[in-house]
Design a protein around this ligand. Structure first.
Ligand code: PLP
Length: 697
């Protein structure tokens, strides 16, 4: 007998029979009026106990399965607590359940896991049962950032889409999401000794992320085909749920497809323009066809999150043409159903294709299905600037009933980019329950009763007591530093003012601005400031990669401590935006459309030190952070860099550092002001605005 078995034997001998075992109430479908998640059963012998335990284990596995079928857990801590309680948990609930060994399985029913799991499933069921019966809005996006374990996003656009679904779910806006399933999505970043970024694409399988085949009304797995050139590509549809919102993800990796076509939905970063246009055809045309196949007939609004999905407009026209309307009448009718959000003033962010390419892929479709000429189709996306080009943004603007940018400033910039188009603005936000760190959640639970369902109550943050606010931030900071120090040879110091900067390494974000004058930075900050930097460069953006290298080099040679943390993702984003003391953002004006990471920081009481661009034009009020470079208008890049760097250094030396070290009460007041202003920058406010102003729900 092994030592362990002997010990178990001794334990058994000392047990007094009968013993009581907690059984989740889902067995035989009991529902106690007292809402007890478990019932207690008496076992009067070891044999009986092992029988009951076996049943409990099966029930428990079933409960875990239920929880995994919906991303509800991504923002509900009672559900997440169930996975955290598993011995295998390391951040990803699916992996945690999959990795349970048979010995771990056999002990699963011990302790309070059955009760926790049953209670979480009950809450989830109650939440989901309140869903509006009929879905009326379809939200198309090439990316969805729902949780760090699901790499279907690559930056702000995807994170916003994930937050949009969560708030739509919480607010019961009758929405469905449509996207692509990337087997090789957001890459993992590693940095070598030379500071070079390397990308590694983990393989993901939909079944391992809680997805299941989406079923048509007859209960068959839905499949549609999409025109590509003169062939048809088969597309299957996966389903997962984000609370009350179903999310459908399209997949071309099917035996019936040619090898090339199977690859279409494989990479989030498509290799070339050809792959990109194919992906967008699958998303737009395939997306609408899939919704019809799935039986969604009551949809009256199609929201295009960025131009990537704008081919959906063609299929919408196609549907109208079945009634043999005139082409222009069909266009207008289709436009009446589409709403469009544009996300960036950076020209490279707007997809443009050569007209011949579009004619090649969709000419046959135009003639045989839309019943229009290729020229008619091309005119829908004709770019009005530069040479002949088919612009997805123009297509979306031309076939939509409303268009908006993502901040007031971005709305102005977009109107200037697309003259004559009525482009409004709805300012972005963040999903508060996703982005508040655990200590922040506890603080708000204690003092801002009701904030979980109504985050507008964050305007009451002036009531937060100094001591508790300071303690919550300290906990967030220590949590961050503890985790980061595990990977740093030279640890961060929790007593230094810590500045965070994490964003995609596109050159316009000017990640190196703080190092503009290394000597001046040293004079101001040596021994007083430490900087935490993170961010990925697009795999094909050599300039972005060189910038990472340069920032790492400068961080090493400058006496001000600066560390680069690889592999920025949702998880690291949560850690940094809540754990640093100041959130830095210094893009070149007016290229920051919104900048949601700053909202995440503000929500956690971390003041922004930012250029007045994107959301900060609306967010900054003189008391909740600092504005770099004032209201200055854009100028030539070198002048702008010099001027903003000077402003940044002055702010640090004259305002930020003295307040942090010498006026802790003023600092806490600034944190409170940051929280108060974050009340306006939630996706709850944003989705309400979409529902009222553009969905007309
Ligand atoms: C929030 C977030 C973004 C977007 O933030 P910006 O302020 O627009 O840079 C990008 N990536 C990740 C991982 C995020 O969490």
């Amino acid at each position: 007998m092994t030592g362990e078995a002997a010990a178990a034997n001794v334990r058994t001998q000392h047990i007094r029979w009968p013993v009581t075992i907690a059984v989740p109430q889902q067995a035989c479908g009991w529902r106690d009026s007292a809402k007890q998640p478990v019932r207690l059963f008496k076992a009067s012998s070891p044999w009986q106990a092992s029988q009951i335990r076996g049943v409990v284990r099966l029930l428990l596995l079933n409960l875990l399965d239920r929880l995994l079928s919906n991303y509800y857990w991504a923002w509900h801590d009672d559900a997440m607590a169930v996975f955290r309680a598993l011995p295998t948990f390391a951040g990803n609930p699916y992996d945690a359940v999959r990795r349970l060994t048979s010995e771990q399985h056999e002990r699963l029913e011990e302790g309070d896991l059955p009760a926790l799991a049953q209670a979480a499933v009950d809450s989830m069921d109650t939440y989901v049962a309140a869903a509006a019966p009929e879905r009326r809005v379809a939200y198309f996006s090439a990316e969805f950032g729902i949780h760090e374990s699901l790499p279907l996003y690559s930056g702000g656009l995807g994170v916003l889409a994930g937050d949009h679904l969560k708030s739509a779910s919480d607010l019961n806006v009758p929405l469905v999401g449509v996207g692509l399933v990337y087997r090789r999505g957001y890459f993992h970043q590693t940095i070598d000794d030379q500071g070079m970024q390397h990308e590694e694409y983990p393989e993901m399988h939909p079944l391992e992320h809680g997805f299941r085949p989406a079923l048509d009304p007859q209960g068959r797995p839905a499949q549609v085909s999409v025109p590509l050139d003169s062939r048809e590509v088969k597309v299957r549809v996966w389903r997962t749920d984000v609370g009350r919102v179903p999310l459908f993800l399209l997949d071309t990796d099917l035996d019936e497809n040619a090898a090339d076509d199977r690859f279409i939905t494989s990479h989030l970063y498509g290799g070339d323009r050809e792959l990109r246009v194919r992906q967008e055809i699958v998303l737009g045309i395939g997306g609408l066809r899939a919704l019809r196949e799935l039986g969604y007939e009551a949809l009256d609004t199609f929201h295009l999150n960025e131009g990537h999905a704008a081919f959906m407009c063609l299929e919408a026209i196609c549907e109208c043409r079945r009634f043999e309307e005139h082409f222009e009448v069909s266009r207008a009718r289709a436009a009446g159903r589409v709403v469009f959000t544009t996300h960036t003033p950076v020209p490279a962010g707007h997809d443009v294709f050569p007209p011949e390419m579009i004619a090649g892929y969709l000419g046959h479709y135009a003639e045989t299905e839309i019943h229009c000429s290729v020229d008619d189709l091309l005119s829908l996306g004709a770019s009005r600037s530069g040479g002949p080009a088919f612009s997805m943004t123009e297509l979306a603007l031309h076939v939509s009933r409303s268009a908006n940018g993502v901040s007031t400033r971005h709305g102005e910039v977009s109107r200037a980019m697309f003259p004559g188009r009525p482009i409004d603005s709805i300012t972005n936000g963040v999903h508060h329950l996703t982005w508040c760190a655990p200590a922040t959640v506890r603080l708000y639970d204690d003092y801002l009763n009701g904030w979980r369902t109504n985050p507008r109550l964050l305007v009451e943050a002036h009531t937060l007591p100094d001591g508790d606010l300071a303690a919550a931030h300290r906990a967030n900071k220590l949590r961050m530093i503890e985790q980061l120090n595990e990977m740093l040879p030279d640890p961060l110091d929790p007593d230094l003012l810590t500045i965070g900067f994490a964003r995609r390494f596109a050159t316009y974000k000017r990640a190196g601005l703080l190092f503009h004058d290394p000597d001046r930075l040293t004079d101001i900050g040596a021994g007083k400031v430490q900087l935490v930097v993170a961010g990925k460069a697009h795999p094909q953006d050599e300039a972005g990669k060189r910038l990472i290298q340069e920032v790492i080099r400068l961080g090493k040679v400058t006496p001000v401590k600066a560390v680069f943390i690889p592999d920025y993702d949702l998880g690291l984003g949560k850690l940094l935006t809540s754990g640093v003391d100041v959130w830095l953002n210094n893009p070149r004006r007016p290229l920051e459309a919104s900048g949601t990471s700053g909202m995440k920081a503000s929500l956690n009481g971390v003041p922004n030190l930012s250029v007045l661009d994107g959301w900060w034009v609306e967010g900054y009020d003189g008391t909740n952070g600092w504005a770099i470079g004032g209201e200055a208008s854009p100028t030539d890049p070198a002048t702008e860099d010099a001027r903003d760097a000077d402003s940044l250094y002055r702010l640090l030396a004259e305002r930020v550092l003295p307040e942090y070290y010498d006026s802790p009460l003023a600092w806490l007041q600034r944190m409170r002001r940051a929280i108060v202003s974050s009340a306006r920058f939630t996706t709850h406010r944003m989705v309400e605005e979409y529902a009222r102003r553009v969905y007309h729900q």
